[in-house]
Design a protein around this ligand. Structure first.
Ligand SMILES: [Zn+2]
Ligand SMILES: [Zn+2]
Length: 333
């Protein structure tokens, strides 16, 4: 990469970029400044620049998962439901909410490296891409929320924000270098690079395990296949829609506690589906906070997981937003 001249504009842009990421070391600051300069140079992540032809491979895979999900509904059993619930918890709560979002994207707390890698591997099981793609895309979302350059804003259309940007956007195919610049902390880490390259592997291994376990506990191979339909196909499909609702519904429906510069909202039913990610206005106002539900009634299972990790001695430096309920203000205001 050619050397980047850090200008006054890029440093002030870095100041806007920095509050969304906690606990980056001082050596990351010049990198953040360079990243911010790139953000100013190319707002390439929005629909205007991203809308292209349909990504057929992605669309066919997504279609197959939806067909498998519907097929699963004809084979309900409590054993299959248990496989679904356990896998959903590890992929969506531990993997996407705790790992990809609150730990890797925003660095709202710290864990030993082996824990970081384990929870990241859980995140790959959600079929939402590897950690570098996910984290970079989400950092761009915070940088340009509901403005030009936001990869998935409902301003560009509700379906675009929900799934269109994945099915017909070019981000996953031609913007690898651009995305890498938004996640320099991950591209420097060989384990995260490896997990990003082989993000399909944990999903495949656990899918095969479900066939084996299902066959063992039911005594026939069909029992194994239907357990895999519930634990993988139905679970991945519902998990994808739950996550996508954070991009679509929580920028459209719900209450706004904080007057943020985007359209983010606190949406209780998306919070219920995602384990707390639906308190999205709280999150845009205090992006580094590992806790998204800021009152006792804003349930936040993903934060309870982080709290439990800290009690086990596996999480520290947990950032928690403080606000005045009578005069709620976004961080830095
Ligand atoms: Zn958002
Ligand atoms: Zn975020």
């Amino acid at each position: 990469m050619p050397p980047t001249v850090v200008t006054r504009e890029s440093i002030s842009a870095a100041a806007a970029y920095k509050p969304a990421i906690g606990d980056l070391s001082m050596t990351d600051l010049p990198v953040a400044a360079k990243v911010a300069q790139k953000v100013m140079q190319d707002l390439r992540m929005g629909r205007e620049h991203q809308q292209g032809r349909i990504n057929w491979i992605t669309t066919i895979v997504m279609g197959l998962f939806h067909v498998g999900a519907i097929a699963a509904l004809f084979f309900f059993s409590w054993k299959n439901f248990a496989a679904f619930a356990i896998m959903y918890f590890f992929a969506i709560n531990v993997g996407i909410g705790v790992a990809y979002h609150r730990l890797l994207t925003h660095r709202g707390f710290r864990t030993p490296k082996w824990v970081e890698y384990f929870v990241t591997a859980c995140g790959t099981m959600a079929l939402e891409g590897g950690p570098i793609f996910w984290v970079a895309t989400h950092r761009v979302h915070h940088q340009n929320s509901d403005q030009e350059g936001d990869p998935h804003t409902p301003v560009d259309g509700t379906f675009w924000a929900h799934a269109g940007w994945i099915l017909s956007g070019r981000a996953m195919h031609s913007e690898t270098a651009l995305l890498g610049r938004y996640a320099p902390d991950l591209t420097r880490d060989p384990v995260h690079v490896w997990l990003s390259k082989y993000h399909w592997l944990p999903l495949t291994i656990t899918g095969l395990l479900q066939i084996a376990i299902g066959t063992l506990v039911t005594g026939h191979f069909t029992g194994g296949l239907t357990m895999m339909l519930w634990g993988t196909f139905l679970r991945v499909t519902l998990g994808l829609h739950a996550t996508w609702l954070v991009n679509s519904a929580t920028h459209l429906f719900g209450k706004r506690r904080f007057d943020t510069r985007d359209d983010s909202r606190n949406n209780w039913w998306v919070a219920l589906l995602t384990g707390g990610e639906g308190w999205h206005n709280n999150h845009h106002a205090h992006p580094v906070s590992a806790r998204h539900g800021l009152t006792w009634y804003e349930f936040d299972i993903n934060y309870y997981c982080i709290w439990a990790l800290s009690k086990l001695g596996l999480a520290e430096k947990i950032q928690v937003a403080k606000f005045d309920p009578k005069n709620p203000k976004p961080a830095g205001v």
